[in-house]
Design a protein around this ligand. Structure first.
Ligand code: ADP
Ligand code: F6P
Length: 319
């Protein structure tokens, strides 16, 4: 393996830059050429390739976002787009590719692996919705960003004796809501993986008020419902003073936590090692904190749930 490429794809996540840096520096350390593909599969189809040097990734380990930019690309879901992507890589003499992104990006990577480009995926998404790994790059930062917001909301909720509905990200996954809800002492946590009834949430709120509770926070994962609608329902059915905050894309930005930087550095270096070992069609990940290579097929077919024991614990602690 002499020349490899690296791209970021799908939603950005803090720590992606640290992963790009680790891929580039590990490859150069082993005397390989490295190319950065801008704007994910879209940039691949447009030939947006740039040589990467040690200096290209200087001063980025602490920066959120992705210096390679990211994109979503419908054209790459078609056989014609995939063939074109394969040809662009071959024309540039690229033998190996590292794709940093989520499940969708891994499907794109798997297609290239089937066509003969050695391809490794690195899980990078704030949602933490990828099976067979301890955590995805960006999740820890997003949770810490959201918890800072929750602590601030709690201050004003207490002063005004209000009920707050806070919507956090998580397209199909409740991980952010679950971790932030537990760490932030939320009264209720609504996630797509657990059915809920708003009337039960109301009963719990009312029990709290009867005991003298002055404020409450309801954490909602975006995939479990719209914060605005839930807030309106609670206001109308309780008469409580309800406010709604949608944290939104603030959770996608910011300096990555040390935990995300370490994870990204380890996975970036490991992805290059896997390519050097002649492996392809695998996700570089950690399981029980040890580096592992998991077949894309296993990633695609393994059902995933957040740690539901945290859900039960949060329920007990917010009695
Ligand atoms: P994420 O990687 O964060 O899950 P997306 O689901 O938006 O983000 O996927 C990112 C990109 O990966 C898509 O825009 C597309 O270019 C590519 N992709 C997604 N699914 C497939 C697929 N089934 N086949 C080929 N490419 C895909
Ligand atoms: O997958 C990460 C994520 O932030 C989801 O939590 C959210 O639903 C989605 O991306 C938003 O994507 P967009 O970049 O299109 O706003």
């Amino acid at each position: 393996m002499k020349k490899i490429a690296v791209m970021t794809s799908g939603g950005d996540a803090p720590g992606m830059n640290a992963a790009v840096r680790a891929v580039v520096r590990t490859a150069i350390y082993h005397n390989m050429e490295v190319v950065g593909i801008r704007r994910g599969f879209s940039g691949l189809l447009n030939g947006e390739l740039q040589p990467m040097t040690l200096g290209s990734v200087a001063d980025v380990i602490q920066r959120g976002g992705t210096i390679l930019y990211t994109a979503r690309c419908e054209a790459f879901k078609t056989p014609e787009g995939q063939q074109k992507g394969y040809e662009v890589l071959r024309e540039h003499g690229i033998d190996g590719l590292v794709v940093i992104g989520g499940d969708g990006s891994f499907h794109g990577a798997a297609v290239l692996a089937e066509r003969g480009i050695a391809t490794i995926g690195i899980p990078g998404t704030i949602d933490n919705d990828i099976p067979c790994c301890d955590a995805t790059i960006g999740f820890d930062t997003a949770v810490n960003t959201a918890i800072e917001a929750i602590d601030k909301i709690r201050d004003t909720a207490t002063s005004h004796e209000r009920t707050y509905v806070v919507e956090v990200m998580g397209r199909n996954a409740g991980d952010i809501a679950l971790h932030v809800g537990l760490a932030g002492g939320a009264e209720s946590i609504l996630i797509p993986e657990a059915p809920y009834r708003l009337d039960d949430v109301i009963q719990k709120l009312e029990r709290g008020v009867a005991r003298g509770k002055k404020h409450s926070i309801i954490l909602v994962a975006e995939g479990a419902g719209h914060g605005m609608e839930i807030g309106k329902y609670l206001q109308e059915h309780t008469g409580f003073d309800v406010r709604v905050t949608v944290l939104g894309h603030i959770q996608r930005g910011g300096a990555p936590t040390a935990r995300d930087r370490v994870l990204a550095s380890r996975l970036g270096a490991y992805a290059v090692q896997l390519l050097r070992d002649g492996l392809s069609g695998k996700m570089a990940a950690t399981q029980n904190d040890a580096l592992v290579a998991v077949d894309f097929e296993t990633v695609f077919t393994t059902p995933r749930q957040p740690d539901m024991s945290l859900y039960d614990l949060a329920d007990i602690l917010s009695i």
